[in-house]
Design a protein around this ligand. Structure first.
Ligand code: AHR
Length: 538
């Protein structure tokens, strides 16, 4: 389905759970066998911790009611920021958070969100005409009170231990305002009025923001530009920005999914013709689109996973196209929006535009995407799951003082061990997923770090088959396994999800793994995500 057509359909959809009758899922059968071979002598690259990043937009319940509850809220908070969210993000070592959009970014005036909160203006939100927003009444989802602005966002990042990644408005603000935003964030106190405003907003010390997106989806909501027009804007916005001693990492607005033409024409204009300094990153967005978040049958389930797996092709296609102009490989990919997107109807509150429940299906989809990034650690520098809370592919759902982590959170917790480790090529041999699934039967990634206890290897695995478990043998040619541990995320029913009333329906648990000298043996349950940690012999 065309992406924009889907957006329209999603906006008009009624609670899918009532409309959609799930077909029976096949009962689990005997285990099939599979082999995983970790090739430690074939390193790919260091896994940038930033590929485990997140995205927060002024969209529905993400900021207001999600991240920001206000200082006077009954919800435990740290100067207005939801405390439990901060604690959970610290636990998974959230490396980077993107803000303020998304489409919202290209309608946002950063000047509205600075200075004393009581004096900030109320502005029409980009999403005001979305069908879900129209059903609300005078809410922050329609008219943004700007109580959450740059200083609140940077403080949120600092509390969570994450790096801020800001997206500049290219569609509706002049380039000078981008310069001023950089100045507000990074100029030393006393040097300029904007630096002093930041100090008055609570931070005499510059924020030192390095990561800046130059627009968002500039082919669509970010201005409907052609690649040539966007390349001209990119040059105008990025030439001679004041740096204040900060090594800025600029991210250019890349294609929708596999639109290689956008990539080719941008790079032709930036590196081919003009010899402009290349951006640090090339942004790519890739979502899956299926019907209902909760009511789905095996076909829908495998369709979601197949779509999520297209991210591998998207990475390879754009990497190839970029290489024609970026022959020295200075630009890396930034997949700063990805996730499973369903029709409306399963949000925990009507104000959560694009809010949806998150099941085991989404955990598998997220995990296979993170594995894809690990396998392409030489190409992908940063990624952001869209979005953090109360939205598409969320890690958290919250309403007032109720808060729950979704199965996606467990995936990020399991995969955090890969951050900063060395990715290595790994082979997976398993029978393909059954019937019409048109999907591999096992995939994943592996990385190693060297610890005082010896070399430690992390293998993460996505076992998508609904019909049977897999009996795995994991070998590391040339190495022996001294200790092994496993954690698994699985549920008897792939529709399983967490709710405020039952927050631990899906939770990762310790699983059995056997060692036999040169290899480890492990039973991967049907529709599961696993992490095996292997300590190697000397
Ligand atoms: O994540 C929701 C929206 O999806 C973002 O605002 C936009 O960039 C994309 O189309």
């Amino acid at each position: 389905m065309q992406r924009r057509a889907f957006l329209k359909t999603a906006a008009g959809a009624v609670a899918g759970a009532q409309l959609w009758r799930a077909r029976a899922f096949a009962a689990p059968a005997q285990a099939a066998s599979a082999e995983v071979t970790v090739l430690l002598n074939e390193p790919i690259a260091t896994i940038s911790p930033a590929i485990y990043g997140h995205f927060t937009e002024h969209l529905g319940g993400v900021i207001y009611g999600g991240v920001w509850v206000g200082e006077n809220s009954k919800v435990p908070n740290l100067g207005g920021i939801r405390r439990e969210l901060v604690e959970k993000l610290k636990a998974i070592h959230a490396p980077v958070i993107r803000w303020p959009g998304g489409c919202f970014a290209d309608s946002y005036d950063w000047r509205d969100g600075v200075g004393p909160r009581a004096r900030r203006p109320r502005r029409t939100n980009f999403w005001v005409d979305d069908a879900q927003a129209r059903a609300l009444h005078n809410s922050p989802q329609q008219f943004d009170p700007n109580t959450f602005g740059t200083s609140e966002f940077v403080r949120f990042c600092q509390l969570a231990g994450a790096e801020p990644y800001l997206a500049a408005n290219v569609r509706s603000l002049p380039a000078l305002e981008f310069d001023h935003w950089v100045e507000y964030c990074n100029a030393p106190q006393g040097s300029s009025s904007y630096a002093d405003l930041r100090a008055a907003d609570g931070s005499p010390a510059p924020y030192g923001v390095r990561l800046w997106g130059i627009g968002n989806e500039s082919w669509g909501c970010g201005g409907n530009f052609t690649p040539e027009e966007y390349a001209a804007e990119y040059r105008r916005f990025t030439s001679w920005i004041p740096r204040y001693g900060v090594r800025l990492q600029l991210v250019a607005s890349g294609p929708n999914a596999d639109d290689v033409d956008w990539t080719t024409r941008f790079f032709e204009n930036i590196l081919g013709r003009r010899g402009v300094a290349p951006p640090f990153g090339w942004s790519v967005h890739n979502y899956t689109f299926e019907r209902d978040a909760l009511a789905f049958d095996p076909d829908d389930y495998y369709a979601t996973l197949r779509q999520a797996f297209t991210t591998e092709k998207v990475i390879l296609d754009h990497w190839t196209a970029m290489g024609v102009y970026d022959t020295r490989r200075r630009v890396r990919l930034v997949v700063d929006e990805y996730g499973d997107w369903y029709h409306a109807g399963t949000a925990v509150d009507p104000s959560h535009i694009f809010g949806q429940q998150i099941t085991m299906r989404d955990a598998l989809s997220t995990a296979l995407t993170l594995d894809t990034f690990n396998r392409h650690a030489d190409k992908v520098a940063l990624a952001a799951s869209a979005q953090l809370i109360n939205c598409i592919n969320a890690l958290f759902l919250a309403h007032e003082d109720q808060f729950v982590a979704t199965p996606n959170y467990d995936v990020f917790a399991l995969y955090a061990a890969h951050q900063g480790a060395t990715a290595v090529r790994t082979e997976f041999a398993a029978p393909a997923a059954p019937g019409d699934a048109k999907l591999w039967g096992l995939n994943g990634s592996a990385s190693y770090t060297t610890t005082p206890a010896g070399r430690q290897v992390t293998v993460t695995l996505v076992q998508p088959r609904l019909d049977q478990p897999l009996e795995l043998r994991i070998t590391l040619p040339g190495s022996s396994v001294r200790a092994a541990e496993a954690r698994v995320l699985a549920a008897a029913d792939v529709h399983a999800h967490n709710t405020f009333a039952a927050p631990h329906t899906v939770a990762a648990r310790t699983a059995a793994v056997q060692m036999d000298g040169a290899s480890a043996r492990y039973l991967a349950p049907a529709a599961s995500v696993s992490r095996i940690t292997l300590t190697l012999g000397a």
